[in-house]
Design a protein around this ligand. Structure first.
Ligand SMILES: [Zn+2]
Ligand SMILES: [Zn+2]
Length: 207
């Protein structure tokens, strides 16, 4: 069945239309990964949080690329709104490349957790985009993937035993960080020892 679909609708690069994959190697190589990290706010920081962010629950944020890159924007948009699930592979690759570039060794004592969607949102999209990225990261790094959080009408709810666990929260784009902070707070209240965030892209809002 899959082969027939491929024949009828051959895969095409979403950027240059070349046939074969949804994002060809040439276009993927045009995406620079960040050689640096931001604080949770928009300051450039080495590893620690700035004074203003010290009391926030999220401990560190890693963002692989800049959302200013047009190919990144296009890829994330197609991934989420044209339902091209396979784009989770190049997006997860960018995250891994970023971690290697900044020499960050996240060990598998961490548990990967996607930022959840509500059931309604998941049904509308067919899948949770963050979870698809987390699945590829889990395969590549051997870090376990556990759905620790759900999104309900009244907000986020912790649904796994995370006492003393180190959590790596996965999402596509980090902008203000409000959602990650809300989830991190819940995770820490439920006993998580460490919460790091990781996203494909960082969007800097020019104030
Ligand atoms: Zn291409
Ligand atoms: Zn800060």
């Amino acid at each position: 069945m899959k082969r027939i679909i491929d024949l009828l609708f051959p895969k095409q690069c979403i950027n240059c239309n070349k046939e074969g994959t949804f994002l060809c190697e040439d276009c993927l190589s045009l995406i620079d990964v960040n050689h640096f990290q931001y604080c949770l706010c928009e300051k450039l920081e080495k590893t620690n949080k700035c004074d203003n962010c010290r009391n926030r629950s999220l401990d560190i944020i890693f963002s692989a690329t800049s959302f200013k890159n047009k190919i990144v924007q296009k890829t994330i948009h197609k991934f989420k709104h044209s339902y091209i699930k396979e784009l989770s592979i190049p997006l997860a690759y960018l995250i891994i490349k970023h971690l290697q570039t900044i020499n960050c060794k996240i060990t598998n004592e961490f548990v990967l957790t996607p930022v959840p969607l509500s059931n309604k949102e998941t049904r509308a999209r067919g899948f949770n985009h963050s979870k698809e990225i987390a699945k590829i990261l889990s395969e590549a790094t051997k870090m376990p993937l556990i759905d620790c959080v759900t999104k309900q009408k009244r907000g986020f709810k912790i649904i796994a035993n995370i006492k003393n666990k180190k959590i790596l929260l996965v999402d596509d784009v980090y902008t203000t960080g409000l959602i990650m902070e809300e989830i991190s707070k819940k995770l820490k209240e439920s006993g998580a020892s460490t919460v790091w965030g990781i996203t494909v892209a960082r969007e800097i809002v020019d104030l």
